[in-house]
Design a protein around this ligand. Sequence first.
Ligand code: LMR
Length: 393
Amino acid sequence: MFEALKQLPQDPILQLMQMFRDDARPEKVDLGVGVYKDDTGNTPIMAAVHEAECRLLEGETTKSYVGPAGSAGFNESMTRLILGDGSSLIREGRTSVIQTPGGCGALRMAAEFFRLCQPDTKVWVSTPTWANHMPLLGGAGLNIREYPYLNPETLTVNFAAMLNSLESAGAGDVVLLHGCCHNPSGADLTFDQWKVVTELIQRKGLLPFVDMAYQGLGDGLEEDAAGLRYLASQVPEMVVAASCSKNFGLYRERTGALMLISATEAVNTAATSQLLSVVRSHYSMPPAHGAAIVETILGDDALRAQWQGELGGMCERILGLRHAFADALAPVGDFRFIARQRGMFSFLGITPEQVRRLREEHGIYMLESSRVNVAGLNDLVLPTVANAIRSVM
Ligand code: LMR
């Protein structure tokens, strides 16, 4: 059965991770995979997470199954984190959240759910988008359409082209939007642009699907959700895939959430029952540990404040690095867009050949597209990286 199978090329992000690990040069710099790093280049366990884990270890009484929806407490906390405490959607019973194995689990379950609702669903994704969006959504059998998002010359949002393209979407098509910290470009919609997109979605009867993988790493927890919350307040139906990988630093614990928003409570109850049957037939139930950590943190005022402080520090550090990086690159060209963008990523706008030279000659790793993880920089390596970029340009 296996003999006919061909060797597949590796996923570009995972391949880069491996190449970096295999590189023996001590001065190597990892600006590849999207994980937060501190000044020492380590991806830390947040102190609030560590404290929550200690409490869980002390208080845990069972390892019995959690059920396909996961923990009700986690789901409730994530609903409030995403929509805000005062959301009328929560009061009206129009929302449900299920715990998923990471943001990827949420994206894939959403895709399977769309297919169940409508087998020939088209889903519109931005060009560019996160490399794993295509396999996650296309692998569920959805028809992928692309809308232009980034102007490759200026590396800023080409909003006119985006709108123009989405005008050709049809009623019932799904539009995938990045909630904040667009991956891979760092170029986000302004609040006014969210309003215009909302109007288009309403007018054309599209289904908004928001990937919220970086809440709190752009401008802050509330600010980063402003566009999503406005959209949710205006449309009858919406789907949100959220990840706790970055804002809680829980990467390997695979912790995420999938939210359905429906026109009425009754519709939501029925839709959620369908979604849960999709879950049951895929992985049955999500892993518990990461979600238990998040639930513990969000359910305790002091721990939550500690977590928010730590997250705010990470966010500030990235913003500081964005400014320092743009300044350090000023002799080479105008990179001020890096300081204006948000989240972990920006494109440098250099060629694959220049990216290769940076890797081979200087041990500096970034995606072939020239996406850099700004969080991988620190005061020590920043001048070296800036010099190396100068030398290949
Ligand atoms: C990234 O974009 O680098 C991260 O989201 C990690 C991944 O799984 O691709």
